[in-house]
Design a protein around this ligand. Structure first.
Ligand code: NDP
Length: 238
């Protein structure tokens, strides 16, 4: 039986590129996003068969629980989990309403905790299971106008390292991927002519370039609790 990979936030952007790469490597994919039509469209474009699309808001505990029970029944044990579901709303803290803070923290931090928790039960039965959480270089370095988003991503770093220690004895690896600016819907409004000036490599990354790094972390056998930065050198300039 081929490896089963669950990609949360797999309908667009980085998650979609990771899904494609994993499907090319022969994995069966479960693509999860809030909009089922978008997840279905992403699955329809994947190479190979036996992929599934499921709608789930990762910030909602009951939905996550139900979704992972469905995955277990329909597809069996999970080998890979990628947490790419994320949202961002750039705003100074003084202009951010508490409800917006909660929404950002729930999707970007709590969401990954809930999906990891739900997937781990299944992963205990898989040899060499692996989780990749998608953080951000701003979680490591901070960025004005992104304090809440950065806090969520920084929290994800601590969560990843701690969980890596918790589950290492079961041969489950947990790593964090920290991209810089990547060409996706999330950065569509940011990309002006000057947008890439602060990036040493002089350009935004492509989702496929981040996906290559995710694949390395998923398939490696001796890397855990690691933060892999994929940012064209941006953190050197921050
Ligand atoms: P996109 O906006 O392109 O895609 C986000 C994906 O997440 C979509 O599939 C979306 O589908 C899904 N999603 C959003 N909220 C939820 C939710 N509550 N439950 C389930 N699915 C959800 O984002 P990117 O591909 O750019 O970002 C992917 C990850 O990488 C995010 O965690 C982001 O924070 C991080 N990142 C991105 C960077 C960039 O420059 N693009 C830089 C650094 C980090 P739907 O709307 O249907 O739910």
């Amino acid at each position: 039986m081929s490896r089963l990979a669950v990609v949360c936030g797999g309908s667009r952007g980085i998650g979609r590129a990771v899904s494609c790469l994993l499907a090319e490597r022969g994995c069966r994919l479960v693509v999860v996003s809030r909009r089922e039509d978008a997840a279905r469209a992403a699955v329809a474009a994947l190479p190979g068969a036996h992929h599934q699309a499921l709608s789930c808001d990762v910030s909602k505990e009951e939905e996550v629980q139900r979704t992972f029970e469905t995955i277990q029944k329909m597809c069996g044990n999970i080998t890979y989990l990628v947490n790419a579901a994320g949202v961002n709303r750039d705003a100074l803290l003084l202009r951010t309403k508490p409800a917006e803070m909660v929404a950002l923290l729930h999707t970007n931090l709590l969401g990954s905790m809930l999906t990891c928790r739900a997937a781990l039960r299944s992963m205990l039965h898989t040899r060499g299971a692996s989780i990749v959480n998608i953080g951000s270089v701003v979680g490591l370095k901070g960025n004005a106008g992104q304090s809440v988003y950065s806090a969520a991503k920084a929290g994800l770093e601590g969560f990843t390292r701690s969980l890596a220690k918790e589950v290492a004895s079961r041969n489950i690896r947990v790593n964090l991927l920290a991209p810089g600016f990547v060409h996706t819907d999330m950065t569509a409004e940011l990309r002006g002519e000057d947008g890439a000036r602060s990036i040493p490599l002089g350009r935004y990354g492509m989702p496929e370039e981040v996906a290559q790094a995710a694949l390395f972390l998923l398939e490696s056998s001796y890397v855990t609790g690691h933060v892999l930065v994929v940012d064209g050198g941006l953190q050197l300039a921050l």
